[in-house]
Ligand binder design. Structure first.
Ligand SMILES: CC(C)(COP(=O)(O)OP(=O)(O)OC[C@H]1O[C@@H](n2cnc3c(N)ncnc32)[C@H](O)[C@@H]1OP(=O)(O)O)[C@@H](O)C(=O)NCCC(=O)NCCS
Length: 145
């Protein structure tokens, strides 16, 4: 596998959805947790981070797998600290971006986690998404101006 290949993780039929998203936590099937980890790897690779932010063997917080036509196409991951919940990372397959997958799920995330924070640095695409859903965030690029 070259570093440019994107291979969507495989799940058993009854472990996936037609469309939409599902919660993945410590009680979820190993294959679902592995799928979240696979997307965390693509996130790390695209953003050029050196730290993998999800471990299927010790899954911290709560993650969500996103599906299109029964295919898992991405994930978001929430963690909790003393200030509350925050969105740790999000990654959607490039071919599935801009379809509103995360936007549609946003109200239910706000319902569950409150006005959660977003882990810095926030990518330009995520900033546009946050503007679209009217979600407050700290714009680190504004600091010092
Ligand atoms: C950020 C990311 C998770 C957004 O996922 P997505 O499923 O494409 O987001 P949605 O389709 O739900 O976006 C909804 C809205 O956000 C805005 N938006 C999202 N990505 C955008 C982009 N690249 N350019 C412009 N607007 C964008 C748009 O306003 C869009 O609504 P519209 O198409 O009706 O105008 C995805 O682009 C991604 O995986 N990027 C690479 C990793 C990354 O940046 N992660 C976030 C780190 S903080």
């Amino acid at each position: 596998m070259s570093r440019y290949d994107i291979i969507t993780p495989k799940l058993l039929t009854h472990h996936k959805l037609m469309d939409g998203y599902m919660l993945v936590d410590i009680q979820s099937y190993q294959s679902q947790r592995k799928a979240v980890e696979a997307f965390a790897r693509y996130f790390r690779r695209e953003m050029h981070y050196d730290f993998l932010q999800y471990n299927y063997k010790a899954p911290a917080g709560e993650a969500y797998l996103f599906f299109m036509n029964v295919e898992p196409v991405g994930a978001v991951h929430f963690l909790q600290n003393e200030s509350g919940w925050y969105l740790n990372w999000a990654w959607i397959h490039p071919y599935a971006r801009g379809e509103g997958l995360i936007q549609k799920a946003w109200p239910s995330f706000v319902q569950r986690y409150g006005t959660f924070a977003i882990s810095l640095p926030i990518s330009p695409a995520m900033k546009r998404l946050l503007a679209k859903v009217n979600h407050p965030y700290i714009d680190d690029t504004d600091q010092g101006k």
